[in-house]
Design a protein around this ligand. Sequence first.
Ligand SMILES: [Zn+2]
Ligand SMILES: [Zn+2]
Length: 378
Amino acid sequence: MRNKPHSKIQKIVLHAQSTVPNPTSGTHYLNPSISLEEESEIQLPILRDHEIHVRPVVASVCKSEFLAVSSDLDGKSEFCGPASGWETDRGVILGHESSGIVHGVGNGVSRFKPGDRVTSDSLLPCWDCLTCREGSPNACLNAQLVGFQRDGCFTKSIILPERAATSLSPLIESVGESKGMDLGALAEPLACALHLLDEAKKAHPGLTQLIISGGGPIGAMVGLAARRENIETLIFEPDPARQKNLEALDLAWAHPVQDSANFRSSKLPACRVEIETSGKVDLKEKLRIAPPKATILLFARNSYQPSDVIEPMITKELTLRGVRGHVGFVEAAVHFLAQFPDDVAPLISRRFSGLEEIFNYLAAGHQTGDEMKVIGKI
Ligand SMILES: [Zn+2]
Ligand SMILES: [Zn+2]
C-alpha cells in the first residue's frame, strides 16, 4: 500500500495520445487513460475578475466519465462531445458534478463569499454569441465543458466563473450540512432532467403523459420530477438491475422490445413526447412506433446511423430535437432537492470515501446496471 501523507493533494487526470476530429463540433481522443496523481500542496490560484475558487467536498460520478476513459478498437474515446487539452502532458482533471465550499473570490464577485456552500455548472457558455444572447446558452458552440476542456472537480480545488455557481443554502437549510452536500453533488444531473422536462412541456403544453427511454440516473430523475407535476411516465428499460432500481423509486417501467408499440399506445394513449436518455436506441424503430405529431427529445449521445428517418417524420409530422445541458435549471434543481430530498436520495447507490476509491472505480472501466449515482468525499 502506498503512503499518503496528508499534505499531498490527489487528482484524477485524463490523458490522451492525440485527437481525432469528430463529425460534429469536437474531437474524439486517441488512447485515453486516467491516472491518480499527487501534488505536494494546493497552489493558491490567482483569480481573474468574476471568478471563484471552490474546494470540492462531494463529487458524483457520471456516465460520460466512463465514456471518456473507454475507447473503441481504433483507440478512439467513446466520449464524443467537444473536448480539449487531454493530449497535453498535463492532461485534464476529470469530474463535473460536485458540491463544495467557496474558498476565495476574485474582483467583482457579488453573489458569493468564502465559506458559502455551492454546486457548479458543468457547461460554461460564452454568454456572448448570438445563441447565448438569444437565450439558449445550453446550445452555445463556444461552451466549455468542466472536467473535459478545463480542470474539473476530482481534486481539492476548482476555479469557476461566479455565474457558473449556485448557492446550496436552501438545500442545507432543509436537510442539514452532510445530506445537503451529498445531494448538492446531484444538482447538475437533476438540472439536466429538469431542462428535459421543461422542453417536453414547451413542446406539448398541458403535457399529462411522458415516455422516457432509459432508466439510468437521468431517465429516473426526469420520472421523479414529472411525478411531482402529476405527469404520468413510463420508462423503457431492458436491464433487470435498472428495472429493480426503478421499482424501488416507484417509477413505472416497461421492456422496450417485449412491450412494443401496441403496449405503449394502450398504456399511454395521450403521450406525444418521448425523451431519449439511454444512448442505445434504434432511432428508426422510435420513429416507426411514434404516434402522429410526436416530439422526440434526444439527450444521450449515440453513435447510431440515422437512415430511413425522413418518411415517418413527414407522414406523421414528427419533431426530433436535441437537448443539451442544464444551464438555467440548477437553482430549480437545488430547490427541488430541498423540497423533495427523499425523492432523489435513494438514487445514491454507493458512497466512496476518497479520490483513490473513485479512481479505482473509474479505472475498472464500466458501471453495472445496479449503480445509479455514485458519490464520494473528495
Ligand atoms: Zn454528467
Ligand atoms: Zn455562446
